[in-house]
Ligand binder design. Structure first.
Ligand code: KQY
Length: 375
């Protein structure tokens, strides 16, 4: 498939839909690198498989895997899962994958961004990232989805959420970080997002919860749950290291209005009661050019890193006292979807969670019957 280089998605009538809109399938990658995943990635592969199994109750799943891991992944994954060979540098499909777009007549296109392992040589997590950079393009090729080339701009899908009605939610901590697009100021970044994602208004939270891992991806702290409504992390425990950011995100979101002029209704979702850290049993190989993960490191464990599916929501579980409460709160927000918890401590040890390892491909629905006649 040819990249679209001369036009911008917004000019062509394409925009980023919300995660809660109809989906065609979920994309994932298979974990294997020993300097991110402990014990040769075997525990992580089990956890990824559990996530795949939970998703496949609701939707089709495609998993990209290296040639070396193909047989192992094929053996571990259920037979109805499509396994395709895709090289990558790690397994964060959310961030290395394309941003899928739709238009009013139900067509699907995508934007392929620049990727530099969450900060490049400034503060990226590993080097090199050349195979990750190609994943978005390969996904579009496999699905025959026309793809806009935006590789001049660094962006990960974990750093943005769309409400599908013209509003984009992000954080300054990430998008204005020195390792992303240092030549551009906030206004220029906003214009690029509007042109590439077809949005009208960008809502800027100040901070995310992980300044070092992803420089504050929004998908750990807040998301849209339906038009006009968002959810965010919350704790009453002042000793929790994430207490300040949880309060700040809640207060900022509660004062925001979306592109349609609605004051956003904000739902609170608890954090794990006990802060999760890397225990001494979690020995992760140290390698040059990869961020070191060591005993005592605080993990970015948030229940908000859930994935919304057609008819379901897949939620991280940690074996924490608050696991059930999180499921209850999320079920109340999504009474029309089945909420399923999956134990994902092994994924959190690698620095992310269910939302970060998955990427939804929208189905694309015809919204305007008269679209073809007028275009
Ligand atoms: O989307 C996310 N929040 C990604 C987490 C990636 C972490 C890489 N170690």
């Amino acid at each position: 498939m040819q990249d679209i280089k001369d036009k911008m998605p917004a000019e062509d009538g394409f925009y980023m839909p919300a995660e809660f809109e109809p989906q065609k399938q979920i994309w994932m990658l298979w974990p294997e690198r020993p300097d991110v995943w402990r014990d040769g990635a075997r525990p992580a592969q089990k956890a990824f498989t559990a996530v795949v199994e939970a998703i496949s109750r609701f939707e089709l799943v495609t998993v990209g895997v290296s040639k070396e891991q193909y047989e192992n992944a094929r053996r571990q994954l259920p037979k109805e899962i499509r396994v395709v060979e895709i090289s990558s540098d790690d397994a964060w499909m959310r961030d290395v994958g394309p941003t899928f777009l739709v238009n009013e007549s139900g067509e699907v296109r995508a934007v392929h961004w620049g990727f530099n392992a969450w900060g490049g040589i400034t503060d990226g997590l590993y080097y090199p990232w050349d195979q990750d950079q190609l994943v978005g393009k390969k996904v579009c090729e496999i699905e025959r989805i026309p793809c806009y080339d935006a590789t001049d701009f660094v962006l990960e899908n974990g750093s943005i959420h769309s409400d599908g009605e013209g509003t984009l939610l992000t954080t300054k901590m990430c998008l204005l970080s020195a390792g992303r697009n240092p030549g551009l100021d906030q206004g220029q970044i906003e214009n690029k997002l509007k042109a590439c994602l077809g949005v009208k208004k960008v809502l800027w939270l100040t901070n995310g919860m992980d300044p070092n891992e992803t420089n504050g991806h929004v998908d750990d702290v807040a998301c849209f749950v339906r038009p006009g409504e968002a959810a965010c992390i919350w704790t009453e425990d002042e000793t929790n290291p994430f207490y300040p950011v949880a309060r700040e995100v809640y207060e900022e979101l509660s004062l925001m209005t979306d592109a349609m002029g609605r004051r956003i209704k904000v739902h609170k979702i608890c954090l794990p009661k006990k802060v999760i850290t890397l225990g001494e049993e979690v020995q992760i190989e140290t390698k040059e050019h990869t961020l070191e993960r060591k005993e005592g490191d605080v993990c970015i464990a948030s229940y908000l890193n859930f994935l919304i599916l057609n008819g379901g929501v897949i939620v991280p579980q940690y074996g924490d006292e608050n696991d059930q409460l999180a499921l209850k709160q999320i079920s109340e927000i999504f009474p029309e979807r089945e909420v399923v918890g999956v134990y994902t401590r092994e994924i959190v040890y690698g620095g992310g969670n269910i939302h970060c390892i998955t990427l939804q491909q929208p189905r694309g629905i015809k919204r305007r019957m008269d679209y073809e006649e007028n275009n």
